[in-house]
Design a protein around this ligand. Structure first.
Ligand SMILES: *Cc1c(COP(=O)(O)O)cnc(C)c1O
Length: 227
């Protein structure tokens, strides 16, 4: 299947899933994660109508952005070293892995006057040692502290579920993230509307959509894996 065919099948599937849980399919944003594929394949995804591109590393991400950055919305989805912030800050539209105050401080410092940096706070709901992100308990105090950085806007929460052969096992994780998102949103903090949920990858996006995802991050299932 071409990327375009895969994307069309995916949109139909999203529509079905949303119908089954009474959600509006327009709320689901599909991010093509292009870290495993070439610039050419990334271009094909854009041509197919995928509006969002996700990269997890500054190097590969910037190379693609130089060539294709005039199209689509760009998401930095990997963990970000503070020293790389200045290279990526005016290229990417969303940062999915805000997990420490020092990173918020650097993003705020490097933002242009008036620039708003849209961030997801990364949460390690499953408390896996190998995963980065804040624990559930740390999230609200962390987000409250982010109020001191005027450029930072917390658009939502992000998580990576562990890989399970049975994606059904991810459900409590996605549900937990959604419950936490609702707690933060209810605080109505001006710097943290927190209405979005970045969750779901190739193996588990169906469950994530059922549980409220608004941004799904798809590599293998959408654009494939070339290297
Ligand atoms: C690589 C990656 C993805 C996509 O992974 P697939 O399983 O290939 O869909 C999603 N999110 C993050 C943060 C990633 O690093």
């Amino acid at each position: 299947m071409t990327v375009k065919e895969k994307y069309e099948a995916l949109l139909a599937e999203i529509e079905d899933i949303c119908h089954s849980v009474s959600r509006d399919p327009k709320r689901i944003n599909v991010i093509a994660v292009t870290k495993y594929v070439s610039e050419e394949t990334t271009q094909k995804a854009l041509e197919a109508g995928v509006g969002h591109i996700g990269e997890n590393r500054a190097e590969g991400g910037l190379e693609k952005w130089e060539a294709l950055g005039n199209q689509g919305t760009w998401h930095f989805i990997g963990s970000l070293q503070s020293k790389k912030v200045k290279k990526v800050i005016d290229k990417f539209d969303y940062f999915h892995s805000l997990d420490r105050l020092s990173l918020a401080e650097e993003l705020d410092k490097r933002a242009k006057p008036g620039q708003i940096i849209r961030c997801f706070v990364q949460v390690n709901i499953s408390n896996e040692e190998s995963k980065s992100g804040l624990s559930k308990e740390e999230v609200l105090p962390f987000i409250e502290q982010l109020g001191e950085f005027p450029a930072i806007e917390v658009v939502g929460l992000m998580t990576m579920a562990p890989f399970y052969d049975d994606p059904e096992l991810t459900r409590p994780i996605f549900r937990g993230l959604r419950e936490l998102q609702e707690v933060v949103a209810a605080k109505q903090l001006t710097h943290a509307p927190c209405l979005e949920l970045s969750m779901g990858m190739s193996n588990d996006y169906r469950v994530a959509i059922e549980e409220g995802a608004t941004f799904i991050r798809l590599g293998t299932a959408l654009v494939g894996k070339e290297f």
